[in-house]
Write a protein that binds this ligand. Structure first.
Ligand SMILES: CC(C)(COP(=O)(O)OP(=O)(O)OC[C@H]1O[C@@H](n2cnc3c(N)ncnc32)[C@H](O)[C@@H]1OP(=O)(O)O)[C@@H](O)C(=O)NCCC(=O)NCCS
Length: 151
């Protein structure tokens, strides 16, 4: 366990279960199965044998900005560095793509601050990043914290 890998299409049902288990408890936003299939190339996973125990996604928003979303680590695997490894993998991929800015919306700002993210005013983010917000059930009353990482 603890090796970060690109997700495979067969991981989707487990990724969906992992994310939506936390979403049901209000800890992160839900992701429909269809959206995870469509964005499977965004996802990294960590597996324990055949079980997906952690996931995260890097979604390109615009010419110089991407979003880390859907960071989730199974409860019995938390505090072992898996979340940090997944964020590092997303930041590495952003760097390889030539993207210098990576933002996130989260209820766990302190976790992201440990990964060198800093607070950012949501209104400072390019308008393009709001495209997905329109689909969020909480829009326009977003209660997540926006943070950004500058390479
Ligand atoms: C938040 C979450 C992704 C963290 O994953 P994790 O694997 O437990 O975190 P790590 O073990 O990699 O922790 C890395 C560092 O962040 C810290 N950290 C972890 N969770 C934290 C939290 N909720 N608040 C503050 N710091 C946190 C750790 O103490 C560790 O610090 P260190 O580098 O000084 O040792 C995980 O708890 C989770 O999946 N929570 C439920 C879903 C969720 O809230 N996702 C957040 C994205 S919206």
């Amino acid at each position: 366990m603890s090796q970060v890998e690109k997700a495979k299409i067969t991981d989707v049902p487990q990724i969906h279960k992992l994310i939506n288990g936390f979403a049901d408890k209000g800890q992160m936003l839900a992701r429909p199965l269809s959206e995870i299939y469509e964005s499977i190339r965004d996802f990294f996973v960590i597996r324990d044998h055949d079980e997906v125990v952690a996931c995260a996604a890097l979604h390109v928003s615009w010419s110089d900005i991407a979003e880390i979303r859907s960071v989730a680590v199974a409860e019995d695997k938390q505090n072992k560095g898996l979340g940090a490894k997944l964020v590092a993998a997303c930041l590495k991929e952003a760097d390889e793509l030539g993207i210098k800015n990576v933002f996130c919306f989260t209820y766990r700002p302190d976790f992201f601050k440990k990964q060198k993210f800093v607070d950012v005013d949501k209104m400072e983010l390019p308008r393009k990043v709001w495209t997905d917000c329109f689909r969020c059930p909480k829009f326009p009353n977003c209660d997540e914290t926006a943070l950004i990482y500058h390479a």
